[in-house]
Write a protein that binds this ligand. Structure first.
Ligand SMILES: *Cc1c(COP(=O)(O)O)cnc(C)c1O
Length: 462
């Protein structure tokens, strides 16, 4: 298996090189040169595997012997041993035709642990095998940073610097990042929005000489390893329902920001998983829902919402979807992205929009609807949804047809977003791991959002 760029200007590379490269050197995103096709027989064989064993099978397809199987197995087993639930990502029935896939049983109580526990271990493995230094640089709207730091803190050969928008992440997210005092961790709190942080990172990575000089590595969801890790739970959730005879085709409803998680679902579907509908749920920052419903990809004004991890205007993984939408043609992707840069929008013709609408259904959930959904499921089912999950559930309520089964991805534990929960006068008890953060000292540096200042801080830290 080789990896190529959506813009077609790099020679094909292997799995480890593509993990290390992050953003492709030509400014595009890395994708596998072909998508493995799973037969019904293979799906049947996998249907009763444990989560780590299933992950091992799926990774094996994409790693293609670059890591010996025994080593890969240890990486996978170590990554999922840190989860608090024996099923790693259990599925729970909420209502007739509605299930939640709980992805928040990892160390930081958000779904990003599923990929970042693995990526942290993988980086550490690569660093050891190749005797090389790994400097991780990332931007976060809150959850990625906490997960990434948790994935690599204290590990030899790795340093990590995370940018987050100052005071625009939830209190628990801020504490999870900034109470870590390992010397290989640097938190920069940027005066600006998440989009500012993401732009800075993109530009620093695009500075190829800087990137190479300082061995910069990415952990953002543009990293192909994260996408691959996230395909696993689509399979696992499907098998959990299929094994009980509860569905032979399911919808997935995915609270979406950077398009990483739902792209993993798209990939799982392309590999042969019988997914009926992929429901793309956004909050009021609804560029992706507008794209699916109207065919125009154009950022709107930034809106602060109850689901800050989805407060994203420019979805960094969107280019991967464009690549498949246009028949894996890098020339078209390159010209669309150039058009986006020049004109600030992409408009697709009617026939292409029809194809988009066979791939996805989309719904944008406003703030009121998000809170109403939290209240409704709390009262009716005694189940507390976090505000991101609530967006997915609200979209599912809208777009699931009679007789269909939808699995809504639960991307965070409600304790991470108590600010929203409190607005509905619901009180919750924090898990002990979260409660204890409030008593710890914080380590962070507040900086302005200029590339030069951030470069300076990085050079000192590395
Ligand atoms: C990151 C995140 C999302 C959005 O995932 P994408 O892969 O960026 O689309 C949704 N919910 C939570 C809680 C998150 O942390």
């Amino acid at each position: 298996m080789k990896y190529i760029s959506t813009r077609g200007q790099i020679s094909p590379i292997g799995f480890i090189d593509s993990v290390l490269m992050g953003l492709a050197d030509d400014g595009g995103l890395l994708v596998p040169d072909h998508i493995p096709q799973l037969s019904d027989a293979t799906l049947k064989q996998w249907q009763h595997l444990s989560y780590p064993d299933l992950a091992l099978e799926i990774f094996s397809l994409f790693v293609d012997n670059e890591i010996p199987r025994a080593d890969l197995k240890k990486l996978v087993d170590d990554s999922y041993a840190t989860f608090r639930h024996e099923d790693v990502t259990p599925v729970r029935k909420l209502d007739d035709g509605l299930y939640v896939l709980e992805l928040f049983h990892g160390p930081t109580f958000a779904f990003k642990d599923v990929a970042l526990q693995f990526l942290g271990n993988l980086y550490s493995y690569i660093s050891g095998k190749t005797d090389s230094i790994i400097h991780i640089l990332g931007a976060t709207s809150g959850d990625t940073g906490a997960s990434a730091i948790e994935g690599v803190r204290g590990k030899e050969g790795i340093r990590i610097c995370i940018l987050h928008p100052h005071q625009k992440v939830s209190k628990v997210q801020e504490l999870q990042m900034t109470t870590v005092d390992d010397s290989n961790v640097l938190n920069l709190a940027v005066n600006g929005t998440f989009d500012d942080c993401q732009r800075i990172i993109k530009e620093l990575f695009a500075d190829v000489s800087f990137k190479h000089q300082y061995h910069l590595r990415a952990i953002n969801s543009i990293n192909i390893a994260r996408i691959l890790a996230q395909t696993v739970y689509y399979f696992y959730a499907y098998f959990q329902l299929a094994n009980k005879g509860q569905a032979d085709k399911v919808n997935f409803s995915v609270p979406t920001g950077n398009f990483g998680d739902i792209f993993a679902g798209f990939l799982a579907q392309k590999m042969g998983l019988p997914i009926n509908k992929l429901i793309l749920a956004t909050n009021e920052n609804n560029i992706l829902a507008r794209f699916v419903n109207e065919g125009v990809y154009q950022p709107g004004a930034f809106r602060g919402t109850h689901s800050p991890s989805m407060d994203i205007q420019v979805a960094s993984n969107f280019e991967r979807y464009l690549f498949y939408l246009y028949g894996e043609d890098p020339a078209t992707v390159t010209s669309l992205m150039a058009q986006f840069k020049a004109e600030g929008r992409i408009v697709i013709p009617e026939d292409v929009l029809k194809r988009v609408q066979t791939d996805f259904a989309a719904y944008s959930v406003d703030n009121e609807d998000c809170l109403n959904t939290i209240s409704k499921y709390h009262e009716k089912h005694d189940y507390l949804l976090d505000p991101h999950t609530a967006c997915g559930v609200a979209a599912s309520d809208r777009l699931t047809a009679n007789g269909e089964v939808t699995v809504a991805l639960s991307t965070a534990h409600p304790a991470k977003f108590d600010e929203a929960i409190r607005l509905r006068n619901i009180s919750q008890t924090y898990p002990e791991q979260i409660q204890s953060l409030f008593d710890k000292p914080q380590f962070q540096m507040v900086v302005d959002g200029s590339n030069e200042e951030i470069k300076k801080k990085l050079v000192t830290f590395f």
